[in-house]
Design a protein around this ligand. Structure first.
Ligand SMILES: O=c1ccn([C@@H]2O[C@H](COP(=O)(O)OP(=O)(O)O[C@H]3O[C@@H](CO)[C@H](O)[C@H]3O)[C@@H](O)[C@H]2O)c(=O)[nH]1
Ligand code: MN
Length: 352
């Protein structure tokens, strides 16, 4: 199934943008984004006025709004880090989310055509994933592709897709050490593929060009405690991606990576990034085995239950690395409480 209408899921999808800058980049996206509702999460000084180009339908939240809406639970939303974007996921009322950075522009495909990244994400999300058996012709649900010989027919229905992870031309999402040794490296390779991440395999999720089915995995898309007052930064999306992948594997949901590409226009400062990433670079050598070995009990049947269980395991098994992980485990529970407060389960016919 492909998205057929000119603006697919127009009333079922919010675009979440974290920002400390102006939003002129929206002018380039106007042909693709204008009909969609934007949720802008303004980070940093709340007294700064962020100019949104005319013609866009949006809601904007600054730190004062977050504190007012969440009260003490606002402590789980990062300040002075792009991790703040997850507040937008929480306040949205839509089934789907697309999040993009304000320095990401429309890329061109090899034919020179502007890439409608939003439509590609929607196609990725509306088509099933195949985490249990790798299809060597990549996404079998893409036009012009299919399952190859030897692919078990019992697995060809696939599973629901929870996440669509897009990529970036020009400035790649490198860590600070790589940025420092390869300052001029640019990603010029357009790989025309969408792949399902196999079950049991983790991946480094980047929040720059990311879409997900909020109804399937939203409560697990917490971007952690980063930025002001925290010992690490730039591990917001990574943390969310590791939690989300473990939960998707447990619940039988799929995650795809590959198309669409956006054009990432500028590299953030590698020295500032090194300071933010420093502890994460060696902590992750213990964090990754934790997630690789993580198992969730069979009776964890909802994302929230899985997430609460993961929080308990983070406290028990990562808390010994640094007290930060005990704080993070608590923040994961605060996040779920806040999520449930803002997104109460629908009442049944008896109003219960
Ligand atoms: O304190 C801040 C800093 C930035 N933002 C907004 O977040 C995004 C990303 O900012 P930027 O493009 O400057 O940084 P990158 O290094 O390219 O970000 C990528 O690396 C990861 C860092 O966590 C992340 O996945 C990517 O976003 C912009 O929209 C800034 O305006 C902010 O809100 N607060
Ligand atoms: Mn950037």
């Amino acid at each position: 199934m492909a998205a057929s209408s000119s603006y697919p899921l127009k009333d079922e999808l919010d675009i979440v943008i974290p920002t400390i800058r102006n939003l002129d980049f929206l002018e380039m996206w106007r042909p693709f984004f204008q009909p969609y509702h934007l949720i802008i999460v303004q980070d940093g000084d709340p007294s700064r006025m962020i100019k949104v180009p005319d013609g866009f339908d949006y809601e904007l939240y600054n730190r004062n709004d977050i504190n007012k809406i969440l009260g003490p639970k606002a402590s789980c939303i990062s300040f002075k880090d792009s991790a703040c974007r997850c507040f937008g996921y929480m306040v949205s009322k839509k089934k789907y989310i697309f999040t993009i950075d304000d320095d990401c522009f429309v890329a061109k495909d090899p034919t020179g055509k502007d890439i409608d990244a939003l439509r590609q994400h929607i196609n990725n999300l509306l088509r099933p994933s195949t985490p249990y058996f790798f299809n060597t012709l990549y996404d079998p649900f893409t036009e012009g592709a299919d399952f190859v010989r030897g692919y078990p027919f019992s697995l060809r229905e696939g599973v629901p897709t929870a996440v669509s992870h897009g990529l970036w031309l020009n400035i790649p999402d490198y860590d600070a050490p790589t940025q420092l040794v390869k300052p001029r490296e640019r990603n010029t390779r357009y790989v025309d593929a969408v792949m399902t991440l196999p079950k049991g395999i983790l991946f480094p999720m980047c929040g720059m060009n990311l879409a997900f089915d909020r109804s399937l995995i939203g409560p697990a898309m917490y971007f952690g405690l980063m930025g002001d007052g925290q010992p690490i930064g730039r591990y917001d999306d990574m943390w969310a991606g590791w939690c989300v992948k473990v939960i998707c594997d447990h619940l039988g949901l799929g995650i795809k990576t590959g198309l669409p590409y956006i054009w990432h226009s500028k590299a953030s400062n590698p020295f500032v990034n090194l300071k933010k990433e420093y502890k994460g670079i060696f902590w992750q050598e213990e964090i990754i085995p934790f997630f690789q070995d993580a198992t969730l009990p069979k009776d964890c049947a909802t994302v929230q239950a899985c997430y609460k269980e993961l929080s308990k395991q983070v406290r028990d098994k990562l808390g010994k690395i640094d007290p930060y992980f005990v704080k993070l485990a608590d923040a994961m529970l605060t996040w779920i409480d806040a999520w449930e407060e803002l997104n109460p389960p629908p009442k049944n016919a008896n109003g219960m």
